[in-house]
Write a protein that binds this ligand. Structure first.
Ligand code: ASP
Ligand code: MG
Length: 422
């Protein structure tokens, strides 16, 4: 007998008919003798619907002052779907009980709308499992020290599920979603993208941080930290397929290069349009400029991703970095009004029409020349590289956004990702 955590995304919980299918699938696992904990998302669209209502009532701006109530509000979506799933399971003849985050409790810090899980008390859940019940735990929410309901940020029920699996020392955490696994790249851009049977936890982290929406990035961090065995699979396979077949479908997030590991050097191509580029031109080249520019940006709580500083000419240099679209206007304003005048720089220019394309693979650790293959492929397509950054398992470039599809397609092909591994 194993202890298994299932997580079902909003689409999988999207209607009573789908919830009933989820219940049948869970019942199949429970009847096969597994102890089951299930973490559902809100029904699809529900979180957006609730947050839109709040916006109607505070039309000028939903400032941070509203965050406590926004969490109070948004958390109801998961409470409803959890209760519905428990009812559906009972209708299948299984004993089942649902708990809101505060009832478990799942303790978090007080950062409303983006709280972090601090601890999970597993006593109640364990007692129910021992009594033969299927336990449903709401995703996305928790309880802070002062008794307030918090939420974990959009997509946060992935993190709830992984955290519950970690706390319960579950044998496996299965994330059921509307895609059937993790792909070499987005199949909407490259139709012959392939599903990966396995992907390492580090690669998944890079892909998640680059905008692959399959898993919330924090859930991947959590899985890595607590060594949770994690699998992403489709909730749209027939609910009654054999468990052993289901248990090896989708994509397994692995920790070691075991023999099942696909032997690719590059495992995936990630890309994002979320970034923008800002350049500060003609800065006097002297000690402390990076600190003065980036320190001010960091103090304003703006996250910077890639950074380059050009060689200096006549004692002046140019300095470029990327920030998220959402922070672009604020960063430009800060630089123009505060930083540039103080530094005596010539001007700031911004470019929102860029994208970042990355090749990701743990095989890059042991193979040289991978990055240069990337640069050659882009050169052959006539694509100019504006910025480069590398890590042990990733090389990223910033290019003009109009070449994004072309670059992704060319790289996907050049690294043989359209071909099944030997
Ligand atoms: N319902 C929440 C959201 O839409 C959490 C989740 O689905 O993971 O973001
Ligand atoms: Mg999700």
């Amino acid at each position: 007998m194993s202890l298994i955590v299932h997580k079902y995304g909003g689409t999988s919980m999207g209607s009573t008919e789908r919830i009933s299918n989820v219940a049948k699938r869970v019942a199949k696992w429970a009847r096969a003798g597994h102890q089951m904990v299930v973490v559902p998302s809100a029904m699809s669209g529900e979180t957006n619907r609730l947050l839109a209502l709040a916006k109607e009532l505070a039309p000028s701006k939903l400032t941070d002052a509203y965050n406590r109530e926004l969490d109070m509000l948004a958390a109801t979506g998961e409470q409803a779907s959890s209760a519905l799933l428990a009812i559906a399971l009972q209708a299948q003849g299984l004993e089942s009980v649902s708990y809101a985050g505060w009832q478990v409790p799942i303790r978090t810090n007080s950062a409303y709308t983006k709280a972090r899980i601090e601890s999970i008390d597993d006593k109640k859940v364990r007692a129910d499992l021992e009594a033969g019940r299927v336990v449903i735990v709401t995703g996305f929410q928790g309880l802070d020290e002062s008794g307030n309901i918090t939420t974990l940020g959009r997509g946060g029920s992935d993190t709830s599920a992984v955290a519950v699996a970690a706390a319960m020392k579950a044998d496996e955490c299965l994330i059921y979603t509307d895609v059937d696994g993790v792909y070499t790249t987005d199949p909407r851009v490259v139709p012959d993208a392939r599903r990966l049977h396995t992907v390492s936890f580090e690669e998944m982290l890079e892909m998640a941080s680059m905008g692959s929406k399959v898993l919330q990035i924090r859930s991947v961090e959590f899985a890595g930290k607590y060594k949770v065995k994690l699998r992403v699979l489709s909730s749209f396979t027939p609910w009654d397929i054999a468990i052993n077949e289901e248990a090896k479908s989708g994509t397994l997030i692995t920790f070691e290069e075991d023999e099942n590991m696909e032997q690719a050097i590059v495992s995936g191509i990630a890309f994002t349009r979320d970034e923008t580029k800002i350049s500060v031109l003609g800065v006097p080249d002297k000690p402390g400029i990076a600190y003065q520019i980036l320190g001010a940006v960091a103090d304003a709580n703006i996250e910077v991703d890639m950074i380059i500083q050009n060689i200096s000419k006549d004692g002046k240099t140019d300095f470029s970095f990327t920030v998220n679209h959402g922070d672009y206007a604020r960063a430009m304003d800060l630089l123009k009004t505060v930083v540039v005048p103080k530094l005596g720089a010539q001007e700031v220019v911004g470019d929102t029409k860029i994208c970042k394309v990355s090749i990701v693979g743990i095989g890059m650790r042991s193979h040289v020349g991978v990055a240069s293959t990337m640069f050659r492929v882009l050169a052959e397509e006539g694509i100019n590289i504006q910025m480069i950054s590398t890590s042990e398992i990733k090389t990223s470039v910033v290019i003009d956004e109009k070449y994004m599809e072309l670059a992704v397609k060319a790289l996907h092909k050049a690294f043989g990702l359209d071909q099944a591994p030997a």
